[in-house]
Design a protein around this ligand. Structure first.
Ligand code: ZN
Length: 439
């Protein structure tokens, strides 16, 4: 009987938890109203029950989901409808979090644009906010939304510098012992970008001790969307299987060898590694999480199965080497292509890093849709462990012509280095560009 007992015990709490003293201070960063509960909802409830203080920061109001808005309102949504939709989503978050014990004055909305966080992240390091991106909703939206960010209801320009400013202000105000944030591997661009913003902000703070140093803070990254190509098939692999399976684990062992010959667990582990921590949900915690998710009525109109997928036996998080406080992601080399190009990169060991297969270990691709007319089409983050000399070659993207121009820049620690500016594809085809990162 010993083995099952040990298994049961080790599932109840993480190794770290046995040495934790309460109360702790916890910061949760969510891209959209609902991610904070879908991910660490039970962890939030448990923390509050243990006397911890939980502060939630929602990056956007989730107001660009026109498809869902149409279902909620019963007609195609106008700009005003979308703003009302955003307000409803804010209210849903407040109600859900209140159920879990987090009072509304500890829930803040940063008011940044839904579906554009990845675009914003690319403006990091720009001299000013000139690279700011317009919200698809009239700019009045920013002023009208209640940001409730420590009492600040003023509007801000949409640019990376302001997002960093706000995220750092949130972190230094809360001084968290634990930070929950969406993982860099989450396949929703807003989610990956939220992870990138928070991780980078923590890295900056780690080198600037004037306000607060996150030396002892633990980052717990969680995944909501994981749509990847595995075994030649692109689909959602986590949580798996999707739907209401409350008696399953989030990573269900019984599904590890199924689905069209693809090992589902291996697909996840190959991309993200194994979870670093897990919280087993008591029946009370599970019921509380389920009930809190029930507050997101706008989202349940179209995503009821998907949202049910997060009420399982456990919650899981990752803190990968190279992405924790000790080895922060501000060391990431960012490669950005502007123009009709595809990138191919050869790493310091001469290995070609295939963009489509996303096979840079711990690398992150943000595929940015060209909404602003800038032609920005891809950003790649290469993490610290792969720092070195990279050979970057480019190939013409589908449909690009010989007169098309492209630009390529790399950024490191917030500084941009231009590798090619306004180059023609013809010239490009003959050359390789070498970019050496500096320690
Ligand atoms: Zn989301």
């Amino acid at each position: 009987m010993l083995a099952p007992l040990i298994a049961a015990f080790s599932g109840v709490s993480t190794a770290q938890d046995s040495t934790i003293t309460h109360p702790r201070r916890i910061a949760v960063f969510a891209p959209h109203p609902d991610d904070e509960v879908l991910g660490p909802g039970a962890a939030i409830k448990r923390a509050v029950d243990q006397g911890d203080s939980v502060f939630v920061f929602v990056m956007t109001t989730g107001d660009s989901n026109e498809k869902n808005c149409k279902v909620v309102f019963g007609h195609r949504c106008s700009a005003e409808d979308l703003m009302e939709y955003g307000r409803r989503r804010q209210e849903e978050s407040r109600r859900a979090l209140l159920q879990l014990g987090v009072p509304p004055n500890q829930v803040s909305f940063l008011g940044y644009p839904d579906h554009l966080l990845a675009d914003l992240f690319q403006t990091y390091g720009a001299d000013s906010c000139r690279l700011g991106i317009s919200h698809p909703i009239p700019t009045g939206a920013v002023r009208t939304y209640c940001r409730n960010f420590f009492g600040d209801s003023t509007s801000v320009e949409y640019c990376a510098n302001n997002v960093f400013h706000d995220v750092k202000a949130a972190l230094t105000a809360v001084r968290p012992d634990v930070v929950y944030v969406t993982d860099l591997h989450d396949s929703h661009p807003d989610h990956a970008a939220t992870g990138a913003f928070v991780m980078s902000a923590l890295a900056d703070l780690a080198t600037d001790s004037s306000l607060w140093k996150p030396s002892n803070a633990e980052v717990r990254a969680f995944i909501i969307h994981f749509r990847k190509v595995c075994g030649g098939k692109e689909r959602s692999w986590y949580p798996f299987p999707e739907g209401d399976h409350a008696d399953f684990d989030l990573i269900e062992p019984s599904y590890q060898k199924t689905l069209s010959g693809v090992n589902v667990l291996q697909c996840l582990f190959d991309h993200v590694g194994k979870p670093s921590g897990t919280l087993t949900l008591t029946s009370d915690l599970k019921a509380a999480k389920k009930s809190a998710i029930g507050e997101y009525r706008t989202q349940l109109t179209t995503d009821v199965d998907y949202m049910a997928s997060f009420v399982r036996n456990n919650e899981e998080w990752w803190s990968h080497v190279g992405r924790d406080i000790a080895n922060p992601p501000d060391g990431y080399l960012t490669l950005t292509a502007v123009g009709p190009v595809e990138l191919a990169i050869v790493d310091p060991n001469g290995r070609k890093l295939d963009v489509l297969e996303n096979d840079i270990p711990d690398g992150l691709y943000l595929k940015v849709k060209d909404k602003s007319g800038s032609g920005l089409n891809r950003v790649i983050l290469i993490p610290d462990p792969l720092r070195g000399v990279y050979t970057i070659s480019t190939t013409g993207a589908t449909g690009s012509g010989s007169t098309d121009r492209y630009s390529l820049y790399a950024s490191h620690r917030g500084r941009q280095t231009w590798i090619a500016k306004g180059a023609s594809l013809r010239v490009r085809a003959t050359g390789h560009y070498v970019f050496e990162t500096t320690p």
